[in-house]
Design a binder for this molecule. Structure first.
Ligand SMILES: Nc1ncnc2c1ncn2[C@@H]1O[C@H](COP(=O)(O)OP(=O)(O)OP(=O)(O)O)[C@@H](O)[C@H]1O
Ligand SMILES: [Mg+2]
Length: 226
């Protein structure tokens, strides 16, 4: 579904993404992991074409629709959740005849139905849910979620993870970047761990590792081996 080969990005005389290669298969939930500043968001933005890569290749199926939930969602504060989705649906040219039904279905799926609150009064959890709903507009085949559970309480996180599980069952391919490795272990099939833009290792749930993902992460990123 997606293949990145030898990606590089240079900022301020330093590579923040350095010769990074990975592939994401259709139908899998892929974990893109790394410490703060490792280059995850930069890589995601290169895949989306929001940041220009310095070199390397990004290949995906032609005309693929990619849904994106950003690390720091921002929506016009004076709009309600419904109005936000209506605004994005118009940009996507979703036909008027199905727009309302689609938006209501999405708001319902993220638990924001019947909500008249304006975005300026949203809690962090509500904002994350709205960002997820927005990423699902137009029914994209590939979803890229940059820290979709950041700032949520345990129940809110579980709900989002369950929703991501449902999306996987519905056949979506999903890339998640998160520091909450417990969430990653729950929902992801496999992934990679990077530091300073370089791939350190891979993780695969089906390997039935004796160590938790957190232990693997700390060993790799911290260079700690007991
Ligand atoms: N526009 C920019 N100009 C200069 N440096 C940048 C820019 N964007 C990112 N960086 C730098 O690139 C590095 C990688 O940043 P990035 O946001 O991709 O990390 P990340 O892995 O997403 O981190 P986090 O987990 O904290 O979100 C950081 O050192 C950051 O300061
Ligand atoms: Mg980031």
């Amino acid at each position: 579904m997606l293949e990145c080969i030898g990606l590089k990005k240079y900022y301020n005389e330093k590579y923040v993404v350095n010769d990074l290669s990975f592939n994401v298969n259709k139908g899998e939930v892929f974990a893109f992991l790394g410490n703060n500043g490792a280059g995850k968001t930069t890589t995601i933005k290169m895949i989306l074409g929001l940041v220009k890569k310095d070199s390397g290749e990004i290949m995906h199926d032609d005309n693929i629709l990619i849904g994106y939930s950003p690390e720091t969602p921002y929506f016009p504060p004076f709009l309600t959740g419904y109005e936000v989705l209506d605004y994005y649906a118009k940009i996507q040219k979703i036909p008027h005849s199905i727009r309302r039904t689609e938006i209501m279905k999405l708001l319902d799926s993220v638990g924001l139905e019947n909500n008249k609150t304006r975005v300026r009064n949203y809690s962090k959890g509500m904002l994350q849910r709205l960002a997820l709903a927005q990423s699902l507009l137009g029914d994209p085949e590939l979803l890229i979620l940059d820290e979709p559970t950041a700032g949520l309480d345990a129940l809110g996180r579980l709900e989002i993870i369950q929703l991501i599980g449902k999306l996987k069952n519905a056949g979506k391919t999903i890339i998640i970047n998160s520091h909450i490795l417990n969430d990653i272990e729950r929902v992801c099939d496999r992934g990679i761990i990077i530091r300073n833009g370089v791939k350190l290792g891979e993780w695969n749930k089906s390997d039935n590792n004796e160590e938790s993902l957190e232990e693997i992460f700390i060993e790799l990123v911290g260079g700690i081996k007991e």
